[in-house]
Design a protein around this ligand. Structure first.
Ligand SMILES: Nc1ncnc2c1ncn2[C@@H]1O[C@H](COP(=O)(O)OP(=O)(O)O)[C@@H](O)[C@H]1O
Ligand SMILES: O=P(O)(O)OC[C@H](O)CO
Length: 497
């Protein structure tokens, strides 16, 4: 008889979540806890890897306790995680040698500039599918090796291990027995060759990174090992892992070529499935691995926007224009437009398609009539304009229309945002009933490896639409608004250089 639930561990940038799913993809128990963000200097972002571990395991135990589930009720564990974030720890003691350097951290911008000046961009692009940017793990890892006393020597002697967050969690869950990464996470490190699915020796040489510290790359859905009995009272199989954006694509059941999703969370991430073919972008998008399933590897094109819903958080916490994020919808609807104001939320530079680590945020087009409702509306609209830029680049790169466009993430609860989004891209989009697609994707990957779900067809029927949004804006207005956005973006580029 099948066990009752699959456990998804969703280790996000600001919180750890655990959700227990049943076979129909329903959430049976949920627990969540935020953890500390560390900002040691301007533009630097860190997490304590022990906080990551303890909050993650805490919410897993809590989710089980809430429904009195035991390890015997859980079929398997799937892990999904904030990607690129880099942890280095001692393989003997399990102690991290430094805080996790978070994907948002810009500390290696100058070093990335040097790599670009050496003309290495096309080599990295060809092998890893990525651009050279501080966003990815490789230069973060190099920074740790160079700046933590004795780290390079210990790593070269085989005493230190590197991992992105799923690697760290699997290593901790298995009590140090399993050191692996899944292809989707590996493809975000800027060290992984997405063509031959190996760590790339030439890149490791360029960066002087000892190969012995890297985890073994594996498909995203397979039995990796089992959790130590001490943690849940008995062992549970760990059989799924994927970066959170790829997991969301999977959870949205975008299994076929041309199917796309956009996630409106802290950041914004649009991915389109390109099937088993690797598509190179001419517009600043990333070629990335969507997942490895059985013998097959699926690829995606991705547009990553560093700040999306976080703009609303900023208006709430720093400018105090609103008390909670949901209020933004009412405020935006209280005015007919932004009165010409634009917000470009380049707080952490700009990601795709601009890739400028030195861009900085701005509010532009202000006149005396602009009030807080206009500013809040401009913030929501900026989330849609950024997605428009990604969608546009994507359509040109794949030389074809995007067939379906599904949305998810915390901010997609905002109907105003999705109405405006549909107007600006001039196409319809769908919001599913379950917008927790990230954790659902991780659960699916785990349950497919154990036979909890037979195959992807078994899963597709779980996806249910909540609402479709249709475009209604006239073409002239659309063009005018988009032109204004691009004019505003231009003014923010290379600001901090
Ligand atoms: N109704 C809403 N309207 C606009 N933004 C929202 C709304 N609800 C949440 N957000 C924003 O979405 C983000 C949270 O989304 P979530 O998917 O939980 O984030 P993450 O997984 O990246 O931590 C926050 O930045 C918040 O400001
Ligand atoms: O934790 P999230 O949802 O903000 O996602 C972070 C991304 O994986 C970074 O690439």
């Amino acid at each position: 008889m099948k066990r009752k639930y699959v456990m998804a561990l969703d280790q996000g940038t600001s919180s750890a979540r655990c959700i227990l799913y049943d076979r129909r993809g329903r959430q049976i128990s949920v627990a969540q806890k935020e953890f500390r963000q560390i900002y040691p200097k301007e533009g630097w972002v860190e997490h304590d890897p022990m906080d990551i571990w303890s909050t993650q395991i805490g919410v897993a135990q809590e989710a089980m306790l809430k429904i009195n589930a035991t390890y015997n009720d859980i079929d398997s564990i799937g892990i999904t995680n904030q990607r690129e974030t880099t942890v280095v720890w001692n393989r003997h003691t399990g102690e991290p040698v430094y805080n996790a350097i978070v994907w948002q951290c810009r500390r290696t911008a100058d070093f990335c500039g040097e790599l670009k000046e050496k003309g290495l961009e096309s080599l990295f692009r060809e092998k890893t599918g990525l651009l050279i940017d501080p966003y990815f793990s490789a230069t973060k890892l190099k920074w740790i090796l160079e700046n933590v006393e004795g780290a390079y020597e210990s790593a070269a002697a085989g005493d230190l291990l590197f991992g992105t967050i799923e690697t760290w969690l699997i290593w901790k869950l298995t009590d140090g027995k399993v050191h692996i990464t899944d292809y989707s996470n590996a493809s975000r490190t800027m060290m992984f060759n997405i063509r031959n699915l190996q760590w790339d020796s030439e890149i490791l040489d360029i960066l002087d990174i000892p190969k012995c510290m890297l985890p073994k790359p594996c498909p995203s859905s397979m039995i990796f090992g089992e959790s130590h009995s001490r943690i849940f009272g008995g062992p549970i199989v760990i059989s799924g892992a994927a970066g959170d954006q790829q997991a969301a694509l999977f959870g949205q059941t975008c299994f076929s070529e041309g199917e796309a999703k956009n996630t409106y969370g802290t950041g914004g991430f649009m991915l389109v499935n390109t099937g088993q073919k690797l598509v190179e972008s001419k517009h600043g998008l990333l070629t990335t691995i969507a997942w490895g399933l059985g013998e097959d590897v699926y690829y995606a094109l991705e547009g990553s926007v560093f700040v999306s819903g976080a703009t609303i958080q900023w208006l709430r916490d720093e400018l105090r224009l609103l008390d909670d994020a949901a209020q933004s919808e009412k405020m935006a609807r209280a005015v007919p437009d932004t009165a010409g104001a634009y917000i470009v939320p380049a707080f952490a530079g700009l990601g795709a398609p601009y890739w400028d680590p030195y861009a900085r945020g701005a509010i532009m087009g202000l006149t005396r009539g602009v009030n807080k409702n206009h500013i809040v509306r401009a913030a929501l609209e900026s989330m849609a304009y950024q997605t428009y830029d990604l969608m546009n680049s994507m359509a040109e790169d794949i030389g074809d229309a995007i067939r379906t466009f599904k949305v998810d993430g915390g901010a997609c609860a905002n109907d105003f945002l999705l109405e405006f989004q549909s107007d600006i891209i001039g196409m319809s989009l769908c919001r599913p009933k379950c917008i927790e697609t990230t954790s659902l994707g991780a659960a699916y990957l785990a349950g497919l490896a154990t036979g909890y779900w037979e195959n992807t067809d078994d899963i597709i029927s779980n996806w249910q639409i909540d609402r479709a949004f249709e475009p209604g804006m006239d073409e002239e207005r659309r063009k005018e608004l988009i032109e204004g956005w691009h004019k505003a973006v231009k003014r923010t580029l290379e600001w901090a250089e």
